[in-house]
Design a protein around this ligand. Structure first.
Ligand SMILES: Cc1cc2nc3c(=O)[nH]c(=O)nc-3n(C[C@H](O)[C@H](O)[C@H](O)COP(=O)(O)OP(=O)(O)OC[C@H]3O[C@@H](n4cnc5c(N)ncnc54)[C@H](O)[C@@H]3O)c2cc1C
Length: 392
C-alpha cells in the first residue's frame, strides 16, 4: 500500500529543503505555504559548510555556484575607526570541512530551492493554505487545511511544521509559548558592486564591532551586489520579516562610525527587522508531528546559523524517517533527541556573540586584544559548528 504524503507547513528555506531531502529518500511530500506566492525577502545569507554540504548533496551545487560568492576571508574591524583586528582565511573551509563557506542572496537561494522542488516528482506545492487542525484516523493523520474558499481535509503520513518564528503548528499542538523581542533590530540593504569603494574590500566578509551596534558586509548575487546588515539596539519592536527603515535614525545611532557613514548614506532603502528570541522549546515532536527550523529554535543572527540549522534539521529528519518509514513517531522522537542539544548550543553561542560584538568600553579593549591574538585562528573555535555532518 502506498503511504500518504508527508505534509510540510511552510515553504521557507527549512520547508523547501525538507521537501527535497524527503523526496530524495523516496517519500511523497505535500508542501503548503500560507503566503499566496514566495516573494523576494531579505538580503544576504551566509551559508557555512555544515549547510552548504547538504545543499550540494541534494544536487544544488551547480545552481548555487552561479549565484553564490566565496569570500576570501572573514575580517573583524572596529566600526568607529576601521582598525583591522583579525583576518581569518575562508579559502581552506573546503579542505577543512569538506564543503565551502559561501554567501548568497536569500532570494537566489529560495529560487534555487523552489525550482528544484517544482522539478521534483513526488512533491506538490500549494500556496495560500495553513493547517488549522490535526487528528488521528485509521489511515493516518487527518489534517484540516484552511485558506482556500472552503476547508480541505487531507490524509498525511506525518506532519512537519516549518512555519517560522511564530509557528502556528506549535500552537495547533498546544505549545502557546511566544518568542520575545530581543532588544535588537536588523537593518539590511544591498548596493550595486560598482558603487562600492574598494576600501571596503567587498570580496571579503567583514564584521564591524561597536557598542551602538555591529555591521556585517559581503558580496552576493554572483558578486554583482554588496550586502550590508547592521544590528542596533531597539526599544520598540514590530513583527514581520521586513518594513522600510528610517535612515536618519541609523545615522543618529552610528554617527561615530565615520568610515562606514558613506555606505550608510548611499543606501537607497533599508529593510528593518525586529529580532526575536525564545528559550529553547523542550518539545519539538508530538508523535507523528514535529517542528523544524525557526519554528523549533529561532537563532539570533550573530552566528549566521538560523537557516543553516534549518537545513541540518531537514537532512537529519529525512534520514531518521527513512530508517523507520512506517513509524514516524519513533523517527521524530529520535530527531528531537539528536537535534535539541545542538540547536540549544547554537542559540546560546549566538546570544553570547551578541554581547561580545556590542561590548562597552573599556571591556571592548580586552575583547579586541583577544581577537587580535587569535587572528587567523579565529574560526578554529567553531570546528564543532562547521564540522557537523549527517551521521547515518
Ligand atoms: C537579519 C538576519 C540575518 C540572518 N542571517 C543569516 C545567515 O547569514 N545565515 C543563516 O543561516 N541564517 C541567517 N538568518 C536566519 C534565517 O534567516 C532563518 O533562521 C531562516 O530563514 C529560518 O528558516 P525557516 O524555513 O525555519 O523559517 P522562515 O524562513 O521564516 O520560513 C517559514 C515559512 O513558513 C510560512 N508560514 C508561516 N506561517 C505559516 C502557516 N501557518 N502555514 C503555512 N505556512 C506558514 C512563511 O510564510 C514562510 O514562508 C538571519 C536572520 C535575520 C533576521
Amino acid at each position: 500500500m502506498t503511504r500518504p504524503p508527508i505534509l510540510i507547513s511552510g515553504a521557507g528555506i527549512g520547508g523547501l529543503t525538507a521537501a527535497l531531502c524527503l523526496a530524495s529518500r523516496g517519500f511523497r511530500v505535500s508542501l503548503i505555504e500560507k503566503r499566496t506566492k514566495l516573494e523576494e525577502v531579505g538580503a544576504g545569507l551566509q551559508l557555512s559548510p555544515n549547510a552548504s554540504q547538504i545543499l550540494i548533496g541534494l544536487g544544488l551545487g551547480k545552481s548555487l555556484s552561479r549565484v553564490a560568492c566565496s569570500p576570501l576571508s572573514l575580517d573583524v574591524r572596529r566600526g568607529q575607526n576601521f582598525d583591522l583586528l583579525a583576518r581569518a582565511s575562508l579559502s581552506d573551509m573546503q579542505n577543512r570541512y569538506g564543503a565551502p563557506y559561501c554567501v548568497v542572496h536569500r532570494a537566489d537561494l529560495q529560487q534555487i530551492l523552489l525550482d528544484h522542488v517544482r522539478g521534483t516528482a513526488g512533491i506538490t506545492l500549494q500556496f495560500g493554505r495553513t493547517v488549522s487542525a490535526i487528528s488521528q484516523n485509521p489511515e493516518g493523520l487527518e489534517v484540516t487545511l484552511t485558506g482556500t474558499s472552503q476547508q480541505e481535509l487531507i490524509i498525511a503520513h506525518a506532519v512537519i511544521g516549518a512555519d517560522g518564528l511564530h509557528s502556528d503548528m506549535a500552537k495547533v499542538m498546544g505549545d502557546t509559548s511566544i518568542a520575545k523581542p530581543s532588544g535588537y533590530q536588523a537593518w539590511r540593504g544591498t548596493l550595486p558592486m560598482g558603487k562600492i569603494n574598494p576600501v571596503y574590500e567587498p570580496q571579503r566578509t567583514t564584521i564591524y564591532l561597536g557598542t551602538q551596534g555591529h555591521a556585517v558586509t559581503y558580496p552576493i548575487h554572483g558578486g554583482e551586489q554588496f550586502n550590508i546588515v547592521l544590528v542596533t539596539r531597539e526599544k520598540s519592536h514590530e513583527t514581520g520579516w521586513s518594513r522600510m527603515g528610517d535612515a536618519s535614525k541609523l545615522h543618529q545611532t552610528l554617527k561615530n562610525w565615520k568610515p562606514l557613514l558613506p555606505l550608510i548614506h548611499h543606501m537607497p532603502q533599508w529593510q528593518v527587522w525586529s529580532l526575536y528570541d525564545r528559550a529553547p522549546r523542550q518539545r519539538w515532536s508530538y508523535g507523528p508531528v514535529t517542528l523544524l527550523g525557526d519554528a523549533a529554535h529561532p537563532v539570533l543572527p550573530f552566528l549566521a546559523q538560523g537557516a543553516a540549522l534549518a537545513i541540518e534539521d531537514a537532512a537529519t529528519l529525512a534520514l531518521l524517517l527513512s530508517q523507520t518509514p512506517d513509524h514516524p513517531a519513533q523517527a521524530f522522537a529520535l530527531y528531537q533527541q539528536s537535534r535539541i542539544p545542538r540547536a540549544t548550543r547554537v542559540q546560546e553561542t549566538a546570544r553570547k556573540n551578541g554581547s561580545i560584538y556590542h561590548m562597552p568600553f573599556p571591556l571592548s579593549l580586552a575583547r579586541d586584544l583577544v581577537i587580535r591574538r587569535k587572528n587567523d585562528l579565529l574560526l578554529a573555535d567553531y570546528d564543532w559548528l562547521y564540522g557537523w555532518s549527517l551521521q547515518g
